[in-house]
Design a protein around this ligand. Structure first.
Ligand code: G3H
Length: 539
């Protein structure tokens, strides 16, 4: 095993041809509908995958570079987005819903043409397995198509007139303004688009900044955006957040902040806005989801779900199970099976068939995770799986740490990596207290077959978190379900249909039901004179 970890990384010539990519020099960006050549400094991009260099040392594979923009660049992007929105008078915010849908459908066609390169770049830039990178791409396409259907449904339902107390009203939804979209590195395509697409389709204009890792995959899509949307509707910025994002927020001209990342950064960004009451925020933030395994649980189901829940994409999911509470009566059997299941997980390079554990984007992540393990061990916990915590460069073999106690960093810190803190309980009060007092409130998993226990626990837990999962890991999907959280975990709700709501506001057209008014409105509808006042049925 140690040998396998030591020899994990390939030589350049051992990389299978079908998966290899040439370095991408991304020297163009999208501004006001035009693809502009960038002049300035660049940021080099390296993969989590390390390869042997000429001097016989392993180093992260070079993938290319992207523009390190300045404040001036981001100001230009903001101006373009503001002009395209034109205080709600622009072509895009006043366009018929059907026409906006057509632009988004055109974009999906363009996006599909780029599947091969985008999937490869997800894999190379963040180290996600090839099959999971493919799944991320397909899930994104499906999400966009579902969004289109959800908008049609929303439009159909709101096209009828409501009559009350002699007032006739058509209640619809209108855009909010300029949206700043920033997605996370663990789902660089999917989670960026789960805010970007609903924001666009509702008539907002967008500035979007890719995450720290997973930038190049967005640079190959600028042409697809340029071909699909009117000028200024989508604008991309790249570079250091402090330089390019800070000034945008300080300008007070961002109407919606759509951000998926840490609550610390979200707070910094929100505080920069001079008129916070004008800013809407749609945030997906930190989480420390717990699994509570009761004494009557089906151990095999619990083990399987907890291993996937804790280790899919090396635990780099906001929904990952980040602490496990196992009932004392069968903790030994559970732990034994859990450790065995981990030993069966294939680790290696992301292109390998069936690989489950892969390298992480930064060497610093490995150091950070090791410091969490060290802290727990110093305070009395043990690594209970063989080779747990062994590392090589950007790769860390999963460590199961037991028993984790209140005074250890792993008790509260969101590890976001392959370290699994375990603890046991006799009284259900202990895991409940943990969830109740946690700073986070995203999801929880309970494992049990007892209807009474499940009901009692769920009734309390639904007031602590926003999703209680029975006998399964925590997860965001299916995407039609609401995805949100309490406390430091989220602001606003995302799902295919909820996202359309968070990026828009209800607006209505109302009139007193006089004969004259009815005649006038009938004429507007017949002649299709308004884009808002309309009873069109979008097929
Ligand atoms: O990183 C957080 C993601 O939203 C999790 O999504 O549960 O589908 O992996 P997932």
């Amino acid at each position: 095993m140690i040998e396998k970890i030591k020899n994990l990384f390939p030589k350049e010539n051992e990389i299978p041809k079908d998966y290899d990519v040439k370095p991408i020099i991304a020297d163009e960006y999208l501004l006001n509908g035009k693809i502009v050549k960038f002049k300035g400094e660049f940021q080099d991009v390296y993969s989590p995958v390390m390869v042997l260099n000429k001097s016989g040392k392993y180093e992260q594979k070079y993938l290319g570079k992207y523009p390190l923009m300045t404040e001036e660049h981001s100001q230009k992007a903001l101006n373009a987005a503001m002009n395209a929105y034109d205080k709600g008078k622009g072509v895009w915010p006043t366009m018929r819903v059907e026409e906006r849908i057509n632009c988004v459908l055109k974009f999906v066609e363009e996006l599909k043409k780029k599947k091969e390169i985008v999937v490869k770049l997800i894999m190379w830039e963040i180290g996600k397995s090839f099959s999971d990178s493919e799944k991320e791409f397909d899930r994104t396409v499906e999400y966009i198509l579902d969004t289109v259907e959800a908008l049609k449904e929303l439009d159909r339902n709101s096209s009828k007139f409501i009559i009350s107390q002699g007032v006739y009203a058509q209640v619809k939804r209108s855009p909010l303004g300029v949206v700043l979209c920033m997605g996370p590195y663990n789902y660089p395509l999917n989670e960026t688009y789960t805010t970007l697409i609903p924001a666009l389709i509702m008539g907002n204009t967008v500035i979007f900044k890719p995450p720290k890792f997973g930038v190049l995959l967005h640079t190959v899509l600028v042409e697809s955006f340029a071909k699909s949307f009117p000028p200024g509707v989508v604008n991309t910025i790249y570079g250091d957040g402090k330089t390019v994002v800070g000034p945008l927020m300080e300008s007070g001209n961002i109407d919606v902040l759509a951000f998926i990342g840490s609550s610390k950064v979200a707070d910094i960004l929100k505080h920069k806005h001079p008129k916070p009451h004008r800013l809407r925020s749609v945030l997906g933030l930190d989480a420390k989801n717990a699994a509570i395994i009761l004494e009557d649980a089906d151990i095999d189901v619990a083990v399987k779900e907890c291993v996937t829940g804790a280790l899919s994409f090396n635990g780099q999911r906001c929904t990952a199970l980040k602490i496990l509470f196992v009932h004392k009566n069968f903790q030994n059997t559970f732990i034994e099976k859990f450790v065995r299941e981990i030993e069966n997980l294939k680790f290696g390079m992301p292109w390998e068939d069936g690989v489950k554990l892969t390298p992480m984007p930064e060497l610093d992540r490995v150091e950070y995770l090791k410091s969490l393990i060290e802290d727990a061990v110093k305070k009395g916990a043990k690594i209970i799986n063989e080779f747990g915590g062994e590392s090589n460069g950007t790769f860390l073999y999963p460590a199961v740490v037991y028993p984790v106690k209140k005074n250890m960093r792993l008790w509260t810190e969101e590890q976001f990596g392959p370290v699994i803190p375990f603890t046991y309980f006799e009284d259900i009060k202990d895991p409940l207290d943990y969830v109740v007092n946690s700073n986070y409130g995203q999801q929880v998993s309970i494992f049990s077959k007892d209807p009474k226990r499940i009901s009692a626990l769920t009734d309390v837990l639904v007031n602590q978190v926003s999703r209680v999962n029975l006998n399964s890991q925590c997860q965001r999907g299916p995407d039609i379900l609401p995805f949100t959280g309490r406390k430091d975990s989220a602001e606003g709700t995302l799902s295919v249909s909820d996202a359309l709501r968070v990026f828009s506001i209800r607006s209505l057209f109302a009139f007193k039901g006089t004969e004259e008014n009815k005649k006038t409105v009938t004429r507007i509808l017949k002649e299709r004179e308004s884009k808002f006042i309309s009873t069109d049925f979008i097929f």
